[in-house]
Design a binder for this molecule. Structure first.
Ligand code: SF4
Ligand code: SF4
Length: 102
């Protein structure tokens, strides 16, 4: 079990949604051949960093610029490693992330 699995357990323990997500994440990690890209709406983002915790490729990064609402949003980074798995969009409560697959 990799680091991602531990993080998910830490976040949610017995919540059914997250157990389901954990299985989904493991399956998505098998799709290493896929290429993806993400768009993050910096004005919707509240800087909770959950997407960074859940991204299996760690391709989303924090920024240091405040948005109009006073939050510090995240940004796509190292997109060459993104598989388009969609996990980041799934966990974002603000619906700030769009995922595109190539
Ligand atoms: S999960 Fe959504 S709101 Fe939280 S940091 Fe990522 S993009 Fe921003
Ligand atoms: S789709 Fe999101 S969670 Fe999946 S690899 Fe790309 S940035 Fe990470």
């Amino acid at each position: 079990m990799g680091r991602e699995g531990k993080d998910i357990t830490w976040l949610c323990l017995d919540k059914p949604f997250v157990k389901s997500l954990k299985c989904s994440l493991i399956n998505k990690q098998k799709d290493e051949h896929m290429k993806g890209n993400v768009k993050i709406d910096r004005e919707l983002c509240k800087g909770c960093l959950v997407c960074i915790e859940f991204c299996p490729k760690k391709v989303i990064a924090p920024t240091n610029k405040v948005n109009a609402a006073g939050y510090v949003p995240v940004t796509p980074a190292n997109m060459t490693d993104c598989t388009g798995c969609g996990t980041c969009a799934l966990v974002c409560a603000e619906v700030a992330i769009e995922v595109y697959r190539e």
